[in-house]
Design a protein around this ligand. Structure first.
Ligand SMILES: *Cc1c(COP(=O)(O)O)cnc(C)c1O
Length: 412
């Protein structure tokens, strides 16, 4: 459920005309809806209301400060994967004790930064990383709270690039060797093992893989009891999918009920790291048709947004719904919607039935709120898009469009 709807023949983001936003701020343009973000966060968070939990929004899905500030104001913690994300989260006013730090390659300076801030815990992905955290913490006279990210070897049945809990993936510790790692952590002076963590992948459309992973973690939790640790957190990561096309992912309520049933009786605080499910359908990318062109084999719609703005179609072959901002009612054609970048992989939609569109008209690319702007780049020296946050009748510039000057500033 989101707040992008057609009214009187034109697309609205809440109470604001998308066509007017495009005219005012130019294209390509990301537009986010406050009401949708709020609703998605609250629907997710309240699904776990009956147990002790902390919802740590995954910053990498959409790290705009205004989005982070909004989610922080709703009580969200954050899941970060870099010093840069920590910087953003703190700037957005997220209390450090609601921040967990994931990722396979934390650098010493980043570890120091996180210890300085006083984050809740590190999700540790290797024994070497544990030793490094111990060293840094010892030098600072601190103790770092840690969880190990366990790789449960579960197939999330999603795109291979976003599967992370299979044995062959780079993430986490193999579940069979993890016990030794906890024993080591117990005996190191400057780390304290406080939790168990896993994150098996992204865009999951059924609950079963989560429950399968949870089963394995709970068996492991039992084994850990022999080590006499004070384990008090179980972090199940993110990964709940959204509807891009015809997927029917479980509603957060269903997800929450299933996890609460499996976990509610245990003395563990549940941590969740949702990203896509909060922001994915809370954003669209608005683009203008530059040209149309017919070749003997294809109809191309050439637009001013490209793979540097929204990489998912090129990177994963992902489907994003594309539709007119102001429907003209012309007959549909089979088209590829492509950008100006010099790559054949630069497309937003392939072999899509779309009503005939003309130069100067605008298209909305849906479900672009997650891994949209955050994966954007300056390839072809293209300034990154502006981001607009709508709230009712109000629209604010959440990020100004980059300029040529800002693109070369670090080179001068
Ligand atoms: C990317 C990521 C998430 C968020 O995944 P979504 O599919 O967007 O919910 C959560 N935790 C970790 C460790 C991640 O890498």
């Amino acid at each position: 459920m989101h707040h992008f709807e057609h009214r009187n023949g034109t697309l609205f983001a809440e109470g604001v005309s998308v066509k007017e936003l495009a005219e005012r701020f130019g294209t390509p343009l990301y537009v986010y809806s406050t009401a949708t973000l709020t609703r998605h966060f609250q629907a997710f968070d309240s699904a776990f209301a009956s147990m002790e939990h902390l919802t740590c929004y995954s910053v990498k899905a959409n790290s705009n400060l205004h989005v982070l500030r909004l989610l922080a104001s709703l009580g969200a913690g954050m899941d970060i994967v870099s010093g840069g994300e920590l910087y953003r989260a703190l700037l957005a006013g997220v209390p450090a004790e609601r921040i967990v730090y994931s990722g396979v390659g934390k650098k010493p300076a980043e570890i120091r930064q996180a210890l300085d801030a006083g984050i809740l815990m590190f999700n540790v992905e290797s024994v070497q990383e544990l030793l490094r955290i111990n060293e840094v913490a010892r030098d600072m006279g601190k103790t770092a709270q840690v969880s190990f990210r366990i790789n449960p070897d579960v197939d999330p049945k999603t795109h291979p690039y976003i599967s992370t809990g299979l044995k062959k993936n780079k993430f986490g510790l193999n579940i069979d060797n993890a016990l030794e790692a906890y024993a080591l952590a117990r005996d190191l002076p400057a780390v304290e093992p406080v939790g168990i963590d896993c994150h098996i992948g992204s865009q999951l459309t059924t609950i079963e893989p989560f429950l399968e992973a949870l089963d394995k973690l709970l068996i492991f939790y039992d084994k850990l009891k022999g080590l006499n640790l004070n384990i008090r957190y179980l972090d199940l990561g993110g990964g709940l999918g959204i509807n891009y096309n015809e997927e029917e992912p479980p509603h957060p309520t269903e997800f929450g009920a299933a996890l609460t049933k499996a976990l509610g009786h245990l003395p563990l605080k549940l941590i969740l790291e949702p990203g896509r499910v909060i922001v994915g359908n809370a954003g669209i990318l608005v683009t203008e048709v530059l040209y149309t062109k017919q070749t003997p084999s294809k109809n191309f719609v050439i637009v001013d947004a490209a793979m540097n703005d929204l990489l998912r179609p090129s990177l994963y072959g992902s489907f994003h719904r594309v539709d007119e901002v102001v429907p003209q009612g012309r007959p549909a054609q089979d088209v590829d919607v492509v950008g100006p970048i010099c790559e054949s992989g630069d497309f937003l939609a392939k072999d899509r039935l779309l009503p005939e569109v003309r130069q100067g008209e605008r298209l909305a690319v849906y479900s672009a709120g997650a891994y949209g702007f955050t994966m954007s780049s300056n390839y072809n020296t293209r300034p990154r898009a502006a981001e607009i946050l709508v709230d009712g009748e109000q629209a604010i510039v959440a990020r100004r469009r980059e300029t040529f000057e800002s693109l070369v500033a670090q080179e001068l």
